[in-house]
Design a protein around this ligand. Structure first.
Ligand code: GLN
Length: 451
């Protein structure tokens, strides 16, 4: 049914870069056979899923939304892919994304934009716009995204779906193409909080193949999602997450959510986190710096595209020609920015300062979580904007992640879930819930209570 749905609507939505019809049907049949044999199956066995094209899939193309990986077929599965298969999940295909996960609208994909199913002329968020559009268009009931600065939560917010960035280290990064290694985190996308929890549990947990993977029990997210409550909880509202640039309807729905939390028995506490104002600036030094180092591996020798290899050019010329043709504008912009910020003489002023700000943000969170159990905010300052509106204005684009970035810098956990439609444009608004590291279960407890 989902393959038929994809066939019917994806020409318009363009959520998928690759549909793996044969692989999906084979996995579905394998689950059926196990069921017929009376084998014990997990809760997600046979459930279809859309996988962001940043996770390697053995024998299935993986492009990361870039021309530089066009034609590359990975010889191995990412840990997330492997765990999905072990859970009996049916991977329908790979979803569209901003090239190398750099963007907030999916317009930076080398393979063309994705439409927001609520209004196809608007962006579905990014970088994981394909995954959230697939959910909103009923092409898949589950999806996987990655969140470096907001790429799970912001697409969830603007498509009226649920998305969770787990605690950094909660989900393995092995086989997830690296953008900014100290920030990148894979996580679940779904249409309900409980669905997200079931998926979270299936993919999370220690992985010796990822040195930053946390070796501790996975937070009890499914149990929390089944027992939603905010009774007696202290909920923080951060002063810095409002003001100029926030759409009126977004603020209105957020304020209503805060009232709802109070009526359900939560105590609301006002918080001051002054260093959050510097989050965006610190992120746009740290993420490009790490990306300039990570993307050095695309040298035309190892993967995918190779341009100008006609026997007359040096290896350096072939690398340069391949990068020129294979990387898009945003990727080039970030590699240049990052290379500059890391160069000797500038390192302390830029990268070093950004790392200090990162520490201050972490401290602001620590202080906040002495007073509250969770923090809430709008996920993103505005609803889905029209395709093309911010495409030529990187600064305007970067503002979409104002509320999501501090969590990535500190490494703790956050969820976005729908909290109504903005009255002025009828488009979905996202409520963000933020929890301390390894307390991911609180997101689900609160999320299930207000869903
Ligand atoms: N929009 C942010 C960026 O462009 C975040 C992207 C992400 O989380 N992958 O970097």
């Amino acid at each position: 049914a989902h393959l038929a749905r994809i066939e019917a609507v994806d020409e318009k939505v363009h959520a998928f870069l690759h549909v793996d019809r044969e692989g999906a049907l084979a996995q579905a049949r394998a689950v059926d056979e196990k069921r017929a044999r009376g084998e014990k199956l997990g809760p997600l066995a046979g459930v279809p899923l859309a996988l962001k094209d940043i996770f390697t899939t053995e024998g299935v193309p993986t492009t990361v939304g870039s021309k530089i990986l066009e034609g590359w077929i990975p010889p191995y599965d990412a840990t997330v892919t492997k765990r999905l298969k072990e859970a009996g999940v049916v991977i329908l295909g790979k979803t569209n994304m901003d090239e190398f996960a750099m963007g907030s609208s999916t317009e930076n994909s080398a393979y063309g934009p994705t439409g927001n199913p609520w209004d196809l002329t608007r962006i579905p968020g990014g970088s994981g716009g394909g995954s959230s559009a697939a959910l909103a268009a009923y092409e898949a009931p589950l999806a996987i995204g990655t969140d470096t600065g907001g790429s799970i939560r912001q697409p969830a917010a603007v498509t009226g779906t649920v998305g969770v960035k787990p605690t950094y280290g909660g989900v393995s990064r092995y086989g997830m193409v690296a953008f900014s290694s100290s920030l990148d985190q894979g996580g679940p996308c779904a249409r309900t909080v409980l669905d997200a929890a079931l998926l979270h549990e299936a993919i999370a947990g220690h992985d010796p193949l990822d040195s930053t993977s946390i070796d501790a029990p996975v937070p009890q997210v499914v149990e929390a999602a089944r027992n939603g409550s905010v009774q007696g909880m202290r909920v923080g509202v951060v002063k810095q997450f409002r003001g100029e640039g926030y759409q009126a309807g977004v603020v209105q729905r957020f304020d209503e959510s805060v009232e709802l939390l109070k009526s359900l028995g939560a105590t609301v506490v006002e918080l001051d986190c002054p260093s959050f104002d510097l989050g965006l600036s610190a992120y746009y030094l740290i993420a490009p710096s790490e990306c300039s180092s990570n993307l050095a591996r695309f040298d035309a020798m190892r993967y995918g595209l190779r341009v100008g290899d006609d026997g007359t050019k040096s290896a350096e010329e072939v690398t340069a020609l391949t990068r020129e043709a294979g990387f898009g504008d945003e990727v080039k912009r970030r590699v240049m920015l990052g290379t500059y910020a890391l160069s000797s003489g500038y390192y302390d002023a830029y990268y070093g300062s950004a790392q200090k700000v990162r520490t201050l943000i972490t401290r602001d969170f620590e202080k906040a979580f002495e007073q509250v159990d969770v923090i809430v905010s709008p996920t993103t300052p505005t609803t889905a904007f029209p395709i093309g509106e911010r495409a030529d204005d990187p600064m305007a684009m970067y503002l979409a992640d104002l509320c999501t970035i501090p969590t990535n810098l500190a490494g703790n956990a956050a969820m976005s879930l729908p909290c109504g439609l903005a009255p002025e444009d009828g488009l979905p608004v996202g409520l963000q819930i933020i929890a301390p590291a390894m307390k991911d279960d609180r997101l689900y407890k609160v999320g299930a209570a207000v869903e």
